[in-house]
Design a protein around this ligand. Sequence first.
Ligand code: C2O
Ligand code: CU
Ligand code: CU
Length: 520
Amino acid sequence: MIDVSRRTVLLGGTAASVIRGLCPSSARAEDSARPSLPIPSELRANAEGTIVLNARSGSMRFRGDHDTATYGINGPYLGPAVRVRRGEKVVAQVSNGVPENITMHWHGLIIPGAADGGPHRVIPPGKQWQTELSIDQPAATLWFHPHYYPSTAQEVIKGLAGLLIVDDDEIARLPLPSQWGIDDIPLILQDRRFAPDGQFFDRMNIVAVTNGYIGDTALANGARYPEARTARGWLRLRILNGSNARSYALAASDGRSLYVIASDGGLLESPVELKQLLVHVGERFEVLVDGRDGSAFDLVTLPISQGIMRLPPFDRSLPLVTIRPDGVEGKGQLPTNLAVLPPLTDPLPPVSQELVMNMFKDAQGMMLLKRAGLMAMAESGKTDPEVVAHVVNLIVNEPALAQSDQLSANGVNGKPFSLDRIDFAATRNQYLRWRIAEGTDRMLHPVHVHGCQFRIISQDGKPPEPHRAGWKDIAPISAGGVTEILLRFQHTANRDNPYMAHCHILEHEDSGMMAQFTVS
Ligand code: C2O
Ligand code: CU
Ligand code: CU
């Protein structure tokens, strides 16, 4: 079912034979071709209760011969893993050291609109934003990233994003692997494309506003096909799909099971065993894998159905990271029960809000790809180098849209996003049912709602998959489909700092597929 890459076979042969520690320098000496998986450092509030984040410019060598100009937070690319605890009140202090406006949004955190860091909380270059974050929600793997309209996509491409981990007493009582970087491994998955001069490719053209960003290089924590030396034992992978547009179909190269223990907003009721885990942009899953045998395996991504996302090297099982669980003995276990989640309300409230995602340029984008032969190639299942070259040429060379064309390319409920228009209002402290639908286009949209963690009631009339039945802040809306969610807002969001509801394909968000709402 899963084809094992040659690389994995080679690694598998040597991994079990020697026990080695976790020293990254010895790993480098043994195999200079493979980078070690970078582990973002943990950052807690300092003695004054402040979490200090500095967005800055930097440079990184992703590929042999060129340095790439990047942005990062407290480092050259990506950011630290911020750790907060339920019950804690911290001050987040964000300084903008990059030469453009940013904001900093706490994706998945249940906080008032004024603290949310959406498109209205602009931090100009050289300026600072301080906001109090009062943490009151279950343990979860969240993240933070800029939300500046309309250039979130390009700021995330350059490297502005980081993990935000909420801890609590309940999760501390479970025997889960929790030694950071040893048996508790963060994995930020992204795809990028590089221009010939080594800089990140980034162009808002017709292909991008319709399909989103299409990279040809997979990165894990900013490294290309790195290797993680981990503890021997149960491993916890905290997976964030931090890509702009790409979904990943994750599997272990040797077919070992992935036990999903948590979704976006926290623990599931019990682990869900999967051989393949589809992760859409913005989604997080915590996954336990059994590494007690000490043998190496790759986490791979399998081809997904969307034709343009199957361009090489994503047209086959592509290894993202090698996991070598041959270090110290890990102490974590896979529990049978994880958490008690409240059942969905019975009866469900009536639908109070409908949201329809629109792609106004879908036909135009699709026609180009069809003419290039992409649809026919996707149907045949075989990669045709000529078609690939043609499609890549469109991705790279179609001219950037004029900004007014970009901003009106997509929409919600028939209208492209506008900073000056509040699209709807929601009532606080009340169960709400939203019905989110696809227009008539051909794509899945992972729709995110600020200010809450919600539950999926149904997707296309069916109950959610078990690993999406817990707390979520992203709801996949399948092509032509409908997803219903049950939500409740605990905080307010006023006209000056409204919450956002949007497709998390960042090129869709930046081109109109976003709505804003108040809560009172
Ligand atoms: Cu992760 Cu509105 O964003
Ligand atoms: Cu968010
Ligand atoms: Cu979308």
